[in-house]
Design a protein around this ligand. Sequence first.
Ligand code: PNS
Length: 158
Amino acid sequence: MRRAVCPGSFDPIHNGHLEVIARAASLFDEVIVAISTNYAKKYRFELEDRLEIASETLTYLRGVSVRPMGDGLLAEFCREQGANLIVKGLRSSADFEYEIPMAAMNRQLAGIETVFIPAEASYSHLSSTLLKEVAALGGDISSFVPKAVLKRLSEDPR
Ligand code: PNS
């Protein structure tokens, strides 16, 4: 049984995330999308919203579940979930530089391997931060995020 954890803030989840999760689902038996909370971080969407958006959006993928990760160590969360793989999408060399030390640390802490999935070129410019900025300034992000995100944004524009 290959059970992988795909962690992130997902604030909000976007089409680049969805594409990586779908590819992970085709590689592994189970993929747990783990939504993090970092109390030092200010989120645009509450944890409950981030969980609901991801759950609603990912129902079409078999073997994928969405769970809160809490604010602890990712390695510990993986151990609790019985997962020995972490999946991350890579958009650029900057992502690679950022991810490599964390992958080494998670392996040393708990023997957990990190598998990187290169982002599809048409999504490699997407980030939640950029999309939130575009949306806040009135830009159209409808081709980059699932409908559940657009619905929340229209209910609570800021
Ligand atoms: O979407 P993000 O904000 O880039 O996700 C970052 C996340 C949640 C994957 C990362 O912050 C993380 O792994 N947090 C858990 C805390 C932890 O384990 N830190 C040590 C990493 S080796």
